[in-house]
Design a binder for this molecule. Structure first.
Ligand SMILES: [Zn+2]
Length: 441
């Protein structure tokens, strides 16, 4: 019998697919990739009988799993990592982050910051990220060049910023950006009204109308703190979730970020709408924002994804660390060590993220025909021994630091811990130069 010729075969010690209900971990299996697509996952022997490849890769001390999906962040804010820590959210935003952004944000800031974020995300196993920031053309150019997959949620405020003069200008720029990237294989676009307290009813109505007309999802920071909820009740007579629901901003494709301080009514509305919640555990902890009731939301049937938020409030973009926190926080929060199991957390950071971003028909698990977006973790490191349970070790040890290889749509972006599309030394030099300029201005 003649063998089928394909581009790549990856022989791995363990193939982990959190969304595979019957066998999330398969030993001595190979992943067969052709033209960027996942053709099959088979035991070694069967693979050798059926396929031969231009490139055969043996990763016999590794677990291979779907690439992680970082469903919320502000990539370029990596340049503000460690710039203002240990402040309250209001003080942090109004007195530190927004003034720094007003002084420094430009297309070149976004380009450099996005490349810095991309380098960190690739090295820690992320293959898709959602980015809510300014100058999306500059960020998308980086994504196109380095090979990651991304959703760009363009920021919309009531007020002007370096990127534009106000909501009408932001919406017009978003539509121009959307048409430029309409056919890009790795880029999608969403509308990103910043938050209920920075976008008034009239401007939310404009966002909802554009979202409907152009079939764009809405990605919004929502119910981030108890204070936001209290202020909303004082000003509008209802919680921010109820208000956005009334304004038509909470739909099946909406992406609701943070979601702490939720009432039963809020959770029921979100469940009924089919919207996804994006949990940012480390950012919520660091800014003492509150805790997202992830297990309760899952029990309501809500899809929950995980995001790092920006590096300025984290301060890392290591999604393995984030999903570890997601599992651990849920246990204390619900006083229940069975809340958010290791497997559930891995699902939230893979297929959950794909569902939230509306790309679960393309990525998120190892279903045949999906794009080959995957990462590998070295499992022979002493810190992972003994390997009783690979799912547990991936979640509860520092496995983001053990990522060795990353593929997006069949392209290898990380080869044995080395970035293939980013010159790390040159990037570090440019970031150091930016830091010096920022300190001397
Ligand atoms: Zn955010």
């Amino acid at each position: 019998m003649s063998k089928e010729f394909v581009d790549t075969i990856i022989y791995a010690s363990i193939v982990v697919d959190p969304n595979n209900e019957t066998t999330p971990a398969r030993y001595k299996h190979a992943i067969i990739i052709d033209e960027g697509l996942l053709i099959d996952v088979l035991p070694y022997e069967e693979t050798m009988q059926l396929y031969q490849a231009a490139e055969e890769i043996y990763l016999d001390h590794h677990a291979v799993m779907p690439g992680l999906i970082n469903a919320h962040g502000h990539a370029a804010m990596s340049l503000l990592r460690g710039y203002a820590d240990d402040y309250e959210l209001d003080t942090w935003l109004n007195e530190h982050i927004w003034p720094a952004e007003n002084a420094h944000v430009s297309a070149s800031f976004v380009s450099l910051g996005t490349e810095l974020a991309a380098a960190e995300m690739i090295k820690t196993g992320t293959t898709t990220f959602s980015d809510m920031y300014f100058f999306p053309e500059a960020a998308a150019e980086v994504v196109d060049r380095v090979g990651l997959r991304a959703q760009f949620a363009t920021t919309i405020f009531d007020f002007p910023c370096a990127w534009g003069s106000g909501p009408d200008d932001y919406l017009e720029k978003t539509l121009r950006f959307t048409s430029t990237y309409a056919n890009h294989p790795r880029v999608t676009v969403a509308l990103g009204p910043h938050a209920p307290y920075t976008v008034n009813d009239e401007n939310f109505a404009k966002v909802v109308a554009v979202a409907q007309e152009h079939e764009l999802p809405i990605h919004v920071h929502l119910s981030e703190t108890q204070k936001e909820v209290d202020d909303s009740i004082a000003q509008h007579g209802m919680s921010p979730v109820v208000r956005l629901h009334k304004l038509g901003a909470i739909k099946a494709n909406s992406q609701l970020v943070h979601m702490t301080a939720l009432s039963e009514e809020d959770m029921a509305l979100v469940a009924e709408s089919g919207a996804s919640v994006i949990h940012c555990p480390k950012s919520n902890l660091k800014l003492a924002s509150g805790l997202c009731p992830t297990q309760a939301l899952l029990n309501h049937g809500v899809n929950v994804a995980i995001g790092t938020d920006g590096a300025a409030s984290n301060n890392a973009l290591d999604q393995f660390s984030e999903l570890q926190y997601a599992a651990m926080i849920a246990k204390v929060q619900h006083s229940d060590p069975t809340a958010i199991s290791a497997l559930t957390s891995l699902k939230m950071a893979t297929i959950g993220g794909a569902r939230a971003l509306g790309i679960d028909h393309i990525v998120g698990d190892f279903t045949k025909g999906k794009h080959a977006d995957l990462c590998t973790v070295r499992i022979d490191a002493i810190e992972l021994q003994p390997l009783h349970n690979i799912i547990s070790q991936l979640v509860y040890t520092q496995s983001g630091q053990k990522v060795t290889d990353v593929w997006v749509k069949g392209h290898r972006l990380l080869n044995d811990t080395k970035l293939t599309t980013i010159d790390e030394d040159a990037l570090a030099a440019k970031v150091a130069k930016f830091k010096t300029q920022m300190s001397t201005n």
